[in-house]
Write a protein that binds this ligand. Structure first.
Ligand code: HEM
Length: 476
């Protein structure tokens, strides 16, 4: 009760910009350090915007479970607005009837286990292609860039299963596409002055070139969606339509979703969600897992033995097989703990006042949950900096949104709807890469030389290429 009258701990800021300068290049790390001094509920002023940072599993639980309904809308931010055709997608839409209906529709048509499992033959084909291309590098004894391999795998799986198009030879070149996705992520992840600094913020965005980059990224992505839509011009037989056909049908019928008449912009906004939310997250998780395994040869040997001893000689480790791979699952959980791809989740905005730890949180305040900090909390995890999958042995902690120690997919109403799609892609890709190849460091390199630098901004992917030498297992 006494605490209710205290103000929320808050690091001192500067006039106009408040605490913006304290975010640094890697905000999740800067905020983690600040939280050690100011505690698990911390109030920052980002320019004019009050922002709460939650850095413990207990405070995350209070916000995302106990008070989810008070804070499950999203703030409208310049980057998201530009790329989502004015928040017409799922991720950036405010909490309203449009979001509810759209999320339901996408869950039924694309995210459900039934839909995902029905696309397994496509995934089998794409994983076989990947194994084949890695095997070529193995026979030439040339290293493989795992960032690129994992990205190519998620791009081709998502483009084929969700958009019904084969990526290679049909849409953008690999290089241009990868750059575009990276740039889009940076746009969504960077703090934009116009969101936080009244009156002059938009001038700053113009002077720094931020506004120009945002518009260019928006235009390039728009051209990409046009290509996908063009590939869907021909009418298909009933029953053979894919997800894009369904969206185009909604447009044609002038369907009303929530209170919004469904137009071409709605279609494109939804394509953006799948593209940006689905590809980098899955490929980034696979890359981090491979980097950690390369740095921890004991764990690498153990996970490979599990897969190889269970299944003997196989062309492909199938999705059903993966149910038996308990240690692989632990390796993936440990990767989510240390390298969550959305380390601050997506921002939420408070709709009605509520309390966390006795502190009053006011409407319009933004909320970030620092799951990167929670993954390193020594009160929860013994030796938190160590990659130790065994910590999940006999543990009930999972990533489904009820274990607030491990929130890689978020929790509450805004939990990631693509969780099953993402998890199966990661498990399937990793199981096969680990089964078919041994992975060696390049000559002259030691495990300590593997760099673990993160990308700038809000998505914490691996910044530099992970180059490892594949050696075909069955040739041994
Ligand atoms: C390993 C893979 C993935 C990870 C780690 C991941 C993680 C996340 C996280 C942390 C959020 C924010 C949750 C919150 O704010 O509480 C999110 C939201 C979202 N994700 Fe994922 N995701 C993955 C895969 C996917 C895939 C494959 C798709 C779709 C193809 C997808 C679509 C979405 C969408 C649409 C949202 C916004 C949900 C909303 O605001 O209602 N994700 N994801």
């Amino acid at each position: 009760k006494r605490r209710q009258h205290r103000s929320i701990p808050s690091p001192p800021g500067l006039p106009i910009i408040g605490n913006l300068h304290q975010l640094g290049d890697l905000p999740h790390r800067s905020l983690w350090k600040l939280s050690k001094e100011y505690g698990p509920v911390m109030l920052l002023k980002l320019g004019k915007v009050p922002t709460i940072i939650l850095s413990s599993s207990e405070t995350a639980k209070q916000a995302l479970r106990d008070h989810d309904l008070h804070c499950c809308t999203r703030p409208s931010l310049a980057g998201g607005r530009e790329l989502s055709y004015n928040n017409r997608d799922i991720s950036f839409s405010p909490y309203n009837d449009y979001w509810k209906e759209l999320r339901k529709l996408c869950t039924r048509e694309i995210f459900s286990a039934k839909r995902i499992n029905s696309t397994q033959p496509i995934k089998d084909e794409e994983v076989k292609k990947m194994i084949h291309s890695i095997a070529e590098s193995a026979s030439r004894k040339t290293p493989v860039n795992l960032n690129e391999k994992c990205l190519a795998l998620s791009v081709s799986i998502v483009c084929r299963t969700a958009f019904g198009v084969i990526f290679e030879g049909n849409v953008l070149s690999n290089d241009r596409f990868n750059k575009l996705i990276r740039e889009a992520f940076e746009m969504l992840g960077s703090f934009s002055a116009s969101d936080f600094i009244p009156y002059i913020g938009w001038i700053i965005d113009r002077l720094t070139g931020m506004q120009g980059r945002r518009e260019k990224t928006g235009q390039d992505l728009d051209a990409f969606y046009e290509q996908i839509i063009d590939l869907h011009k021909e009418e298909k037989e009933v029953g053979s339509e894919d997800f894009v056909d369904l969206l185009l049908k909604l447009e044609k019928e002038e369907a009303v979703v929530g209170n919004d008449k469904f137009t071409r912009n709605n279609t494109k906004a939804i394509l953006m969600d799948i593209l940006l939310a689905g590809i980098e997250t899955s490929s980034g998780t696979m890359t981090w897992a491979m980097a950690e395994l390369a740095r921890n040869p004991r764990v690498m040997r153990k996970v490979q033995s599990e897969i190889r001893n269970k299944f003997g000689k196989r062309e492909l480790i199938s999705l059903e097989d993966i149910d038996q791979l308990q240690y692989l699952r632990m390796v993936i959980k440990e990767t989510y703990r240390l390298h969550p791809l959305a380390p601050l989740l997506l921002p939420r905005e408070v709709m009605t006042e509520f309390e966390i730890d006795g502190y009053k949180i006011q409407p319009k305040t933004h909320i970030h949950v620092n799951i990167w900090a929670i993954g390193r909390d020594p009160n929860i995890w013994k030796d938190p900096e160590e990659f130790l999958p065994e910590r999940f042995f006999d543990s009930k902690i999972d990533t489904k949104g009820q274990s607030f120690e491990l929130l890689a997919f978020g929790s509450g109403r805004r939990i990631c709807p693509g969780m099953y799609m993402g998890e199966t892609m990661v498990e399937f890709g990793l199981a096969n890469m680990l089964y078919h190849f041994d992975w060696q460091l390049q000559e002259g390199m030691e495990v300590e030389d593997i760099d673990m630098e993160e990308c700038l901004g809000f998505s914490a992917g691996k910044k530099n290429g992970l180059l490892l030498l594949p050696v075909k297992y069955l040739d041994h």
